[in-house]
Design a protein around this ligand. Structure first.
Ligand code: PRP
Length: 193
């Protein structure tokens, strides 16, 4: 059996509450590799600072940065949106700020998912005020839904249906982040699916 498939089956056995696999490990890894090569080529002449958005973005950041063949740097921000587990309100708190100034630097924001778009909208506004050379965005997932804010990522891994997804960094109540694939939560778990 293929190792990716074996670990998927093992994860499903270990984690109850999953409705279905949306993006399996092989497809996910192939797309992240593709994104890394494409974005790496884009930044070949002047490498960027990658800004990972914690916590959900940690796994995507690790794999994407490894697939980018440029001498880049990384930093992280931790933000928290006010609201309950499944709804963001647009009010974002910075829990951990960047370690260094970004003035004059090319920055690439690395996000796991664009849902309402409010988190990224806020982050871009805050970071733009710090006068970087330019700001680009890569999001692994983007939900197909209406948004009150217009947020365009420069690169998107997958457009997905408007369902509550977990895995590969994304959580429900702190769980499921270590799954190597993206799954949809069962309705009784997420309350939204
Ligand atoms: C999630 C996700 C994005 C944000 C997207 O973070 O990681 O940062 O929500 O939602 P939006 O487009 O509606 O703003 P969350 O606040 O759940 O924190 P976490 O990354 O620590 O899980």
């Amino acid at each position: 059996m293929h190792s990716g498939m074996a670990s998927t089956l093992q994860s499903i056995k270990l984690h109850s509450g999953l409705k279905k696999i949306l993006i399996n490990e092989d497809v996910l890894q192939a797309r992240v590799g593709e994104l890394g090569r494409e974005i790496g080529a884009f930044y070949a002449d002047r490498p960027p600072l990658l800004i990972g958005v914690l916590t959900g973005g940690f796994m995507f950041m690790a794999d994407l940065s490894r697939a980018m063949a440029v001498p880049l740097r990384v930093d992280f921000m931790a933000v928290s949106s006010y609201g309950d587990a499944t709804n963001t309100t647009g009010v974002v708190r910075i829990l951990k700020d960047l370690d260094r100034s970004i003035e004059g630097r090319r920055i690439l924001i690395v996000e796991d998912i664009i849902d309402s778009g409010l988190t990224l909208n806020y982050l871009v506004e805050v970071l733009r005020g710090r006068k970087p050379a330019d700001i680009r965005i890569v999001a692994l997932l983007k939900k197909e839904r209406e948004r009150s804010v217009a947020i365009e990522a420069d690169w998107v891994g997958f457009e997905i249906p408007d369902e509550f997804v977990v895995g590969y960094g994304l959580d429900y109540a702190g769980k499921y982040r270590n799954l190597p694939f993206i799954a949809v939560c069962a309705p009784d778990i997420s309350g939204t699916a």
